[in-house]
Design a binder for this molecule. Sequence first.
Ligand code: ATP
Ligand code: MG
Length: 564
Amino acid sequence: MTEQDKTPVSNFIAAIIAADIKANKNNGKVMTRFPPEPNGYLHIGHAKSICLNFGLAKDFNGHCNLRFDDTNPTKEEQEYIDSIMEDVRWLGFDWQDRLYFASGYFEKFYEFALFLIRKGKAYVDSLSADEIREYRGTLTQAGKESPHRHRGVEENLDLFERMKAGEFPDGTHVLRAKIDMASGNLNMRDPVLYRILHAGHHRTGNAWCIYPMYDFAHGQSDSIEGITHSVCTLEFADHRPLYDWFIEELELDCHPQQIEFARLNLTYTIMSKRKLVRLVAGGYVKSWDDPRMPTISGLRRRGYTPESIRDFCDRIGVAKKDSTVDMALLEHCLREDLNKRALRFMAVLKPLKVVLENYPEGQVEELQAINNPEDPDAGSRKVPFSKELYIEQDDFMEDPPKKFFRLGPGREVRLRYGYFITCTDVIKDDATGEILELRCTYDPETRGGNAPDGRKVKATLHWVSARHALSAEVRLYSRLFTKENPADVELGEDFADHINPESLEVLRNCRVEPSLADVEPEGICQFERLGYFCADRHDCTQEKLVFNRSVTLRDQWAKIKKKT
Ligand code: ATP
Ligand code: MG
């Protein structure tokens, strides 16, 4: 077997490429690209495209470019370019020195336009945008030719040059391809190639006041870069004949092969930059990297790892038909990854004080705790134990129902790595009845968590030593939307109507064990029984610990579904 025969053919696109290599198409070379428009931050759907394009290049010994398709100056910004580059790198991919911008080809596109005009394949149209739309016709009705369609080459050249020179206001003229106003494919009905836009561009400044349309830039950019396999999402299938027409009419040597795949949709979230920008601008979330956002930077801030996202992209595969993936799968991939790597700690989110009445005043014991039962190399640490502790409010009930096995008056439970304790008294606020603290006794014979007489307890609780614990803020997240497919809205509704008002819960009075004092921003950990957490990359400091819950230990939503 040759090296190439061994390349894993993991999806239908890889199969096409493998066959092309076998047939020595493109001299056996493979060149792909990831071509975002810098009009927003990348989301998890883009991660699928990034993994696919960079992955194909790697599997077939090719290269993958990063190219910004930046043809729309009014929607694009440097901030988006910077964030996109950061996200692609963070995901673990490297474009090396192959960073390109469609705006870097503006001069070439202009030459292409002149070439088409001279060939009689493009003309300047002076209809208004509304008229152009009206003349285009519909799926069932052929379009109508513009009265300007038969302008001569000289007149077109003159008008187009004057458009470029800035003689005309926005919207007065456009350059259109002369193809077929009766085509069954609306994209072929004399599409607009250039529009007048007196707007500064984030890279070319005020050099241009005419800008190419995305469709007149995308395919040619691929051709200029020698892209062999132009992988894109399904909605571009109808544009393929147009891209092919451009390459042929422009007589370009490199004719990339376009292959379409289904975009990723995820339940309970939206996946379009146009809508995500509204969540940010409308204040529904705090920022593009708000941990509730499906953006790559939001997932990162939430505590997702590049490994878990790449694993997710692997598992969902590449198909030719649109489908929606359950958010639970993404969470599952994160749990699998963190379970192997995250060190365990104890933290109490809603503290309830416990005083051990028979524990010696001033005594502190260092109890041995295992860092990660899944990883023998992770070792162990010491956790301080003393007379006053905190446990979770939820772990105590004054009048426990049948199925509640945790602490209650007169009951005995185990403290993880510590002792058996029994609740002897409940101290309450006289006025409100609120439980202030518990009085308990401990059994000194049960150190390490077992009773010499063999008696059993039904629950093991996590805890922290009151004197030693550190304060922390903990942010708990749940789904941003209450509807499974928030993009699918009824008439008169808006996707924003389905935002979950309880998607963020901030707990400011949490207590965590002292070994978390030096946690680095983005440090990941498991809080025993509570889930996986990460130190917030912007807000967590040595002075103020802030953790985000990345994911619960189990799929909480599955439980709820079963109940109902
Ligand atoms: P959006 O609608 O979110 O703005 P887009 O397609 O307009 O997405 P681009 O910046 O043009 O965003 O996308 C860059 C690349 O990522 C394109 O090749 C596009 O096909 C791909 N892509 C975008 N969204 C998804 C998705 N949900 N699943 C897979 N690939 C996607
Ligand atoms: Mg787009």
